[in-house]
Write a protein that binds this ligand. Structure first.
Ligand code: 5GP
Ligand code: ZN
Length: 219
């Protein structure tokens, strides 16, 4: 439990049902976050014992390891994108256009692509993780979750406190290497979608995010 709470998934991934552990192989375990901060929030846990207790900044200094983690995160992002399509595809205008083209007789020469759900997913780490075992967040951008209850929850995914995995390796002078934990997490609340500033008015932000969610699904 506590800060070592992710260790059990690394040790006995096979003992969890598929609504907890999504998949596991020799090098990685992919799980659902127990306190999701979006409608879809997964964690990728590397199993390499020489790395899994290191801070991500230190673990990702190993270029070969970083390449492996990036590739697996990309794989999990694809799974997450397919799940978003399953959840919200029916409400999406771009998906509807594709479906209409597929159903047309005769079908058009150019088939629309449908929605790129990959773009709606963020993969990255927290500059100051609260859990000890190395984990990469794979999280939908929507921030629709009853577990998203505090400014720090929101800002941990909405400020430079969240470092996208594709930003690694970081340049030695990157400011995010020296996070002032309180600093980023106490920033004003800004809507991830339109940038509107809610100051510290969390309840108002939450109401706004529900409206943004409805619009976002329909793209
Ligand atoms: P961090 O802030 O360390 O980057 O994020 C740790 C994440 O682990 C959080 O999103 C938190 O909700 C999640 N978490 C904490 N304890 C557990 C647990 O026991 N099981 C699972 N599946 N996720 C957890
Ligand atoms: Zn907005």
């Amino acid at each position: 439990g506590g800060r070592d709470g992710l260790e059990v998934y690394l040790e006995k991934p096979e003992s969890y049902p598929s609504n907890v552990v999504i998949y596991h192989n020799a090098d990685f375990v992919a799980i659902h976050d127990m306190f999701p901060k979006s409608s879809l929030h997964l964690l990728l846990l590397p199993r390499d014992k020489t790395k899994y207790r290191l801070h991500p900044f230190e673990a990702f200094e190993d270029a070969e390891f970083l390449t492996k983690v990036k590739a697996e995160a990309q794989k999990l992002r694809k799974l997450a994108a397919a799940e978003l399509r399953r959840k919200y595809g029916k409400e999406s205008a771009q998906e509807q256009a594709r479906q209409a083209a597929l159903n047309a007789d005769p079908p058009p020469d150019e088939l629309p692509d449908g929605r790129d759900w990959d773009k709606e997913i963020m993969c990255g780490i927290h500059a100051c993780p609260s859990m000890n075992h190395l984990h990469v967040h794979v999280i939908a951008v929507d921030r629709q979750s009853e577990k998203m209850k505090h400014r720090k929850h929101y800002n941990s995914f909405a400020t430079p406190f969240f470092v996208p995995i594709d930003d690694f390796p970081l340049a030695p002078d990157d400011e995010r290497l020296h996070p002032t934990r309180e600093g980023y997490l106490r920033w004003d609340l800004k809507c991830w979608r339109c940038g509107k500033d809610f100051g510290n008015r969390f309840a108002e932000l939450k109401r706004h995010l529900e409206e943004e969610f409805e619009e976002w699904k329909k793209l």
